[in-house]
Design a protein around this ligand. Structure first.
Ligand code: KE4
Length: 425
């Protein structure tokens, strides 16, 4: 496969951009590959600057549940941008998308838009501390909630590979109020609350973690989190940046029938544009400036073009049968994939249209389990799939995504490639 133009583009990029990328995981360091430079994406197909085509299972980290460059979304964006791209003054599309969010996430009685998941989570944490007047935040090992200083503790995604539990440049004082516990370990949570419950502002959790690879909550774990946070008057924050509008039109909280106090959303809600959101009970959101004392702001927050992309995306997702069809396709795919890996020392964790192939013979229920997988072998798998024109998420500690655009033919070819994965690749 000719990759010369990508190699040339990378050599030029590293002259001006650290690591040649604007987000570390794109550098493909953990899979020992040189980054692709993409020229075009449509549906499930990526086309790189050498003209190579790949079937995409990363979908810009889960954004494109409809597939890349959906015609109806593009039409909405073109119309919106013809009216100007940003005003820094309120516009009706912001209220319209907030209404869509509230319709499907009724726990989000009020919604504030921001430009990234990091901003959404950072703001939700500040709000939780302002509302409870407490400082401690509890997160879980391997969960990733963006790159705000105080959350880079035992984080997943691109941080997972870093030595130590935090990024360099984060003073110990900045993480002093962040406690990270093993995911799925409710005893550890109960023990901590017995000791410090009165000081805990909030527990933040990816209800189905996807940033250590996909790890499923053990039955009752999330319900127990809801019960114990209520008991100690701490807030429960569901970080649904990935699961929101992914696991269902109402995210994980609809699927598990659990009402968090605050929720963060991202990726799908922006339809491919920089837009994310946080929201929850009106009583809590009332503390946000300009109504209340918790400050939060953003130049391009609620950007009308991003709002139009989000609105059009949700219009399509809310059509009857969208999720049923996606999940039916996914279920058939996972059944065949499970058969294909039966004797290959690979584990499949999946839910809805979200999945990770872990290179281990053991079950994966936590970050500690995920870190015991064979990452070198995963790297060889990534490059084997790439050589066969399939782009899977380039890290063992990431999820893969199906979209409404993936065809049966593409899914069957994926299964066949996995089944024929040569250990010597
Ligand atoms: P952003 O700031 O990257 O928009 O969102 C941060 C974030 C927050 N919460 C969850 C559950 C997330 O998954 C993310 C970001 N996800 C990663 C992929 N696992 C973004 C990809 C990247 O870092 O380039």
């Amino acid at each position: 496969m000719n990759r010369n133009n990508s190699l040339k583009a990378y050599a030029e990029a590293v002259r001006y951009i650290p690591g040649g990328v604007n987000s570390p995981v794109r550098a493909l360091r953990s899979v020992n590959a040189s980054p692709l430079f993409i020229q075009k994406a449509r549906g499930t197909t990526l086309k790189d600057v050498d003209g190579n085509r790949f079937t995409d299972f990363c979908l810009s980290w889960g954004v494109f549940i409809l597939g890349h460059s959906h015609p109806a979304v593009n039409k909405a964006i073109r119309k919106a941008v013809s009216n100007g791209s940003s005003y820094g003054i309120p516009s009706v599309p912001e209220t319209k998308l907030a209404r869509w969010v509230n319709r499907y996430f009724p726990s989000m009685e009020k919604v504030r838009f921001v430009s990234s998941g990091t901003e959404a989570v950072m703001s939700a944490i500040r709000l939780a501390r302002g509302y409870t007047k407490r400082n401690l935040i509890v997160k879980f090992d391997g969960c990733y909630h963006g790159h705000a200083d105080h959350l880079l503790v035992s984080a997943g995604s691109g941080v997972a590979g870093l030595s130590g539990s935090s990024s360099a440049g984060v003073p110990d004082a900045f993480t002093a109020y962040t406690i990270s516990l093993p995911f799925n370990d409710i005893d550890a949570v109960e023990q901590l609350f017995r000791e410090k419950g009165g000081d805990i502002a909030a527990v933040i959790v990816e209800p189905v973690p996807a940033n250590m690879g996909v790890v499923l909550p053990k039955p009752g774990f999330l319900e127990q989190l809801r019960k114990i946070t209520t008991q100690y008057q701490s807030l429960l924050i569901f970080d649904e940046v990935i699961t929101g509008f992914r696991l269902s039109i109402g995210g994980a909280q609809k699927q598990f029938n659990i009402t968090p106090d605050l929720t963060t959303l991202g990726k799908i809600i922006g339809g491919g544009f920089p837009a994310a959101a946080f929201g929850g009970k009106s009583e809590i959101m009332a503390l946000l400036a300009p109504d209340g004392p918790v400050y939060q702001a953003g130049t391009l927050s609620g950007n009308p073009v991003a709002m139009s992309a989000g609105i059009e995306t949700l219009k399509i997702l809310s059509q009857p049968g969208y999720y049923e069809n996606l999940e039916k396709k996914a279920a058939a795919f996972f059944t065949e994939l499970s058969e294909a890996i039966a004797d290959k020392g690979i584990r499949l964790n999946h839910t809805g249209s979200l999945f990770t192939l872990f290179f281990t013979t053991e079950e994966v229920h936590s970050f500690a389990d995920a870190k015991r997988t064979d990452q070198e072998r995963f790297g060889r798998f990534f490059n084997y799939m790439l050589a066969n024109h399939f782009y899977v998420s380039p890290s063992q500690f990431e999820a893969n995504f199906l979209s409404g655009a993936h065809s049966e033919k593409e899914l069957k070819r994926f299964v066949k490639l996995v089944k024929n994965f040569p250990e010597t690749f």
